[in-house]
Design a protein around this ligand. Structure first.
Ligand code: SAM
Length: 644
């Protein structure tokens, strides 16, 4: 990969995205960038008439957004980022800049203006490089650029326009459409970078990073810097700094007096810099492979810190010293220091100077506070303990699993029963509780997005098959006031339900114990199958779906929630990797699940890629007299399903 080495060079930097856009977040996350999100407070209120061109407006807005965050963080977050990325996307047509519509009428005006015509999408991007000087003053350098993509809309009928507007999609998007979702259907062609239209020109961004971090003295970066002019690819550089390589592979920013500095350096110094840069920039250093090799160390650092309750201990204070933490987690100072430093280096903790006495103290990052502290509402603590206790031992037998093609539960835990859910090992209270806690914590993070994925107002009763602690059922009843949910699970699981009952009384959630392969399923007009089918072979899935098909009357709904693989079965890699330790099940794509369900008379209605940990598909049970015949092949079904 050409661009990954640049991204990997940022792995030890505090990179901040000054945007709340989930689309930008997804694009940069998919590119492998590690960053924090700190949405900018800068209001997009610059006077457009002051700018000669739309891209100047977008670039200036991006710059102001990024600078606002870069300047706020040292005071509000008590840390200085290394890099802040700001972006602003505008749609322009006939010399007009279209931003986000203010209401439906505004969206209508925008979309009818775009109908049948070609328009331009500009994203301005600002990369702010922050450099702390003498521990107090902070120097900010801005590199900015823009990318233009041409998009042509098809002729849109009034009906299409209003259907799209009523979907709600236009409201938070520049120009009133989102090309990556329903809005894609309005588009006839795209010339240029597609991701630029989504909201972030990744390719140009990576090239720009390459210019900033890779450039030896006579590279184009320096040329841009010296000339301080418009580059031939349309990028505008206001770089008035130079990234200088030093022997330890860090970069240092150096003021160059509006680009004249480099030429003032002595030839000898430039030569030294050049050889240091050459050392740093060697393209044959396999950074991404080294990251993969070290992946297990990162996981185990997180598992150990969680198990020792480091994040809990730190949550009760605004920073503790090494000795205080070691004392509280009952561990050696020597070992604790290594663990804490590792956690700092992978971005789980921060090490800062205490305000009063200047001593180094450790504290949780924002992400740790939100997801790693054991009693936070979105805590993944229990899931992490499950990964450490169950998944880790299974992965240590991966070679055997691959050679034998079987689950390694027996080697890892002495589990003899083929159905692990029914094995004595899992029936031990502590193991069962750890598993249930893990399931519960994932639902806390993702359940709301699943429960609100579709309009379920026509359903009054639901049954959550394999509903475990009831976490999903509580999310569904909360999201749908007219819905009652019965949780159906094995007796030993149902026995433990009281441990997970929320404080607020939920009289619309009830529990029934049983085996979904053997016993009668409770009657309902919506069935929920959340993280059930991936655990089983096609044969077992067919057995379960045969039972469900019998109990479902025509019009009955079936809501499936799983991680949906893409068609190439490559992403999300989280799902592909999870399959390595599965007993007999497998991960499937939306098409794979639809294929299975269609065989049992369930017609796909809607598919929702939530952007959270689980996606969802809504099916409807077809009646015997329904005219519609099942579509052969699931890709055809996907096309007919509504993507929400
Ligand atoms: N649906 C829950 C969720 O999304 O968090 C739990 C998913 S968990 C992976 C699988 C659940 O299926 C467990 O709660 C397990 O006890 C239950 N289960 C497994 N085999 C079962 C069976 N034969 N009958 C009923 N429930 C079963």
């Amino acid at each position: 990969m050409l661009l990954n080495p640049v991204i990997s060079k940022l792995s030890n930097k505090l990179v901040v995205l000054a945007s709340a856009s989930p689309r930008r977040l997804e694009i940069l996350t998919n590119a492998g960038l590690r960053f924090e999100v700190v949405p900018s407070w800068f209001k997009e209120t610059l006077d457009k008439s002051l700018f000669k061109t739309p891209y100047q407006y977008a670039v200036e807005t991006a710059k102001q957004k990024a600078l606002e965050v870069a300047q706020r963080m040292p005071f509000k977050h008590l840390k200085t980022p290394d890099i802040v990325i700001g972006a602003d996307t505008v749609v322009t047509i006939d010399g007009l800049i279209l931003e986000k519509p203010t209401d439906k009428q505004d969206a209508y005006r925008m979309l009818s203006r775009l109908s049948g015509k070609e328009h331009s999408v500009f994203t301005g991007v600002a990369i702010v490089l922050c450099h702390e000087q003498n521990g107090s003053e902070i120097e900010y350098k801005v590199v900015d650029f823009f990318e233009e993509t041409k998009v042509k809309f098809a002729d849109l009928s009034e009906e299409m326009l209003w259907e799209y507007i009523n979907s709600g999609e236009p409201m938070d998007k520049a120009g009133g459409y989102g090309i990556q979702a329903l809005g894609g259907m309005l588009v006839e062609y795209v010339h240029g970078d597609f991701l630029n239209v989504v909201g972030f020109p990744l390719n140009h961004f990576c090239k720009q990073l390459g210019v900033i971090f890779n450039s030896p003295p006579e590279s184009p970066a320096l040329k841009i810097k010296r000339e301080d002019s418009r580059a031939s690819d349309g990028s505008r550089s206001v770089v008035n700094s130079l990234s200088k390589c030093v022997t330890n592979g860090e970069f240092e920013l150096q003021e160059t007096n509006n680009g004249k500095g480099a030429s003032q350096k002595s030839t000898q110094k430039q030569n030294v810099m050049r050889s240091e840069c050459a050392k740093f920039d060697r393209k044959d250093v396999p950074h991404s492979i080294m990251d993969l090799i070290d992946g297990f160390k990162v996981s185990k650092t997180l598992f150990t810190a969680s198990k020792l309750k480091v994040f809990d201990v730190l949550n009760s204070s605004n920073g503790l010293t090494l000795e205080e933490i070691a004392g509280q987690i009952n561990a050696s100072v020597f070992g604790t220091e290594r663990l804490l430093d590792a956690a700092v280096s992978v971005g789980l903790l921060e090490r800062v100077k205490h305000q009063d006495d200047g001593h180094a103290v450790y504290r949780n990052t924002e992400q740790a506070r939100q997801f790693l502290v054991s009693d936070s509402p979105l805590s993944l603590h229990a899931y992490i303990l499950h990964c450490d206790g169950i998944v880790w031992p299974l992965f240590s037998h991966l070679e055997d699993a691959v050679k034998e093609g079987t689950s390694q539960h027996e080697r890892a835990f002495g589990v003899m029963n083929k159905d692990m859910f029914q094995d004595v090992y899992y029936s031990q209270d502590n193991v069962k509780m750890r598993f249930m806690n893990a399931m519960h914590s994932i639902v806390n993070v993702t359940g709301k997005d699943v429960a609100t994925a579709f309009d379920l107002s026509s359903y009054k009763t639901a049954c959550d098959i394999g509903g475990c602690t009831g976490a999903m059922a509580y999310q569904f009843t909360e999201a749908h006031p007219g819905l009652s949910v019965t949780v159906f699970d094995l007796p030993q699981v149902i026995d433990m339900r009281r441990h997970f009952q929320p404080k607020a009384h939920h009289d619309r959630v009830s529990f029934v114990a049983g085996d979904f392969f053997k016993d009668d399923l409770p009657k309902a007009d919506l069935y929920i199958l959340a993280r059930i089918l991936h655990d089983w072979s096609d044969e077992k899935v067919h057995a379960l779906l045969t039972k469900l098909s019998k109990v479902c009357t025509p019009g009955c709904g079936l809501l499936l929630s799983e991680i949906l693989l893409d068609q190439e079965r490559r992403r999300p890699s989280r799902a592909v990797l999870q399959a390595l330790s599965m007993t007999e099940g497998k991960q499937r794509s939306a098409a794979g699940y639809i294929d299975l369900l269609e065989k049992h008379g369930f017609i796909v209605k809607q598919i929702k890629y939530t952007g959270n940990l689980l996606d969802a598909i809504l099916f409807i049970k077809e009646g015997p007299n329904d005219k519609r015949t099942l579509l052969a092949g699931s890709s055809a079904s996907i096309e007919t399903a509504e993507l929400v």
